[in-house]
Design a protein around this ligand. Structure first.
Ligand code: NAD
Ligand code: LMR
Length: 327
């Protein structure tokens, strides 16, 4: 039998996990033939709720779900894992920005980074979802330095998917026609959904969408503020679409990127596009299934560069706020 993929999920009794775990167990992420072991991590007060989630996983009789471990001990949770999906943290409420969560959530990611470095498999890859996800990822990565920096990812895919749908609607085309949707910078209201380089049916988006005022205005702000709009409407932050974006992100990293496309992922900057080294920054990347690279050679207009500078500065500010959590 194939060796199971071991997947740790923190915040396993939370809303996102409730949409995610069943899709992982059903084979949607690693393939229908690949056995999966789930290692579900929660804080003690949520353990009873987690028991209920596990009962439901049991009751699905998923053929490929070979084992489920529940724990609040990080070393046990991350033991031997190939993937760590760091979701557990507090979501923002109406009226907050994601960066306002840094004080309450940032501290979660230091011990998690350390435990992943100490306990995970040598090929571990880590995706941080808990907000503010880019800087939380930076905290975990800096505290888990035994794991190479290129294995730590933060989630920009929900922004990419949101942007693709908005562009497709405006163009009156199916969402499958939208490619090369880069979202630069922070998963926050400063992110830059880059319509200049996006394509619709292989044609530059600004050539297809004649309403350039919409592209530069409403399109960008709708994507930037979509998380807040969902919180206002639902009374809770996005969960099913976030889980879907986790699945898309893991697949984009673990499988080769289709020719002529890329994926938006928060990755460690090595100075690409003038972004300071070490920031966890949303870039367009291409993967060969095991390693990835930032797409190079894109040029930015003066106004696009200004937007990138704003989101870069916000991430620099967040990093400055968490220096006491960095080794
Ligand atoms: P939720 O409150 O429903 O669930 C969070 C779970 O995390 C809870 O069960 C809680 O007990 C658990 N938890 C808290 N601290 C923990 C710790 N130290 N270790 C393990 N578990 C812990 O929240 P949710 O809706 O699932 O959202 C989780 C996070 O994801 C939030 O920070 C939210 O803002 C973020 N989020 C990010 C994106 C993105 O695109 N990056 C999208 C949606 C939500
Ligand atoms: C989102 O983009 O929906 C999430 O990051 C949740 C939030 O706080 O907006």
């Amino acid at each position: 039998m194939t060796t199971p993929v071991k997947v740790a999920v923190t915040g396993a009794a939370g809303q996102i996990s409730y949409s995610l775990l069943f899709r992982i167990a059903a084979g949607e992420v690693f393939g229908a033939e690949v056995p999966v072991e789930l290692r579900l991590i929660e804080v003690d007060p949520a353990m009873r709720a987690l028991e209920g989630v596990v009962m439901e996983l049991d009751d699905c009789a998923f053929p490929n779900l070979v084992n489920v471990v529940t724990t609040s001990d990080l070393k046990v949770g991350f033991d031997g894992v190939n993937w760590a999906l760091l979701i557990g943290s507090v979501p923002r409420k109406q009226g907050m920005e994601r960066g306002d969560l840094l004080g309450v959530n940032g501290g979660i990611f230091k011990p998690q980074g350390q435990a992943i470095a100490a306990a995970a498999a040598s090929d571990v890859r880590v995706l941080v979802v808990g907000n503010p996800c880019n800087t939380n990822c930076l905290i975990a990565r800096e505290n888990g330095k035994d794991v190479p920096a290129d294995r730590w990812f933060s989630m920009m895919r929900l922004d990419q998917n949101r942007a693709m749908t908005q562009l497709a609607r405006k163009a009156g085309k199916p969402v499958t026609t939208v490619t090369k949707m880069a979202v630069w910078g922070n998963h926050s209201a400063t992110q830059f959904p880059d319509y200049y380089h996006a394509e619709i049916d292989g044609v530059s988006a600004p050539e297809v969408v004649a309403d350039h005022a919409w592209l530069a205005g409403e399109f960008i702000s709708t994507v930037q503020k979509r998380g807040a709009a969902i919180i206002e409407a639902r009374g809770a932050s996005s969960a099913a679409s976030a889980a879907n974006a986790v699945i898309d992100t893991v697949r984009s990293i673990a499988t080769p990127t289709p020719t002529g496309d890329w994926a938006s992922v928060g990755v460690v900057s090595r100075g690409e596009y003038g972004i300071p080294e070490g920031l966890q920054f949303g870039f367009p990347i291409r993967s060969d299934g095991s390693s990835w690279e930032v797409v190079d050679g894109l040029t930015h207009s003066v106004s696009a560069q200004r937007l990138i500078d704003v989101t870069r500065d916000e991430l620099l500010g967040e990093r400055a706020e968490v220096t006491e959590l960095l080794p």
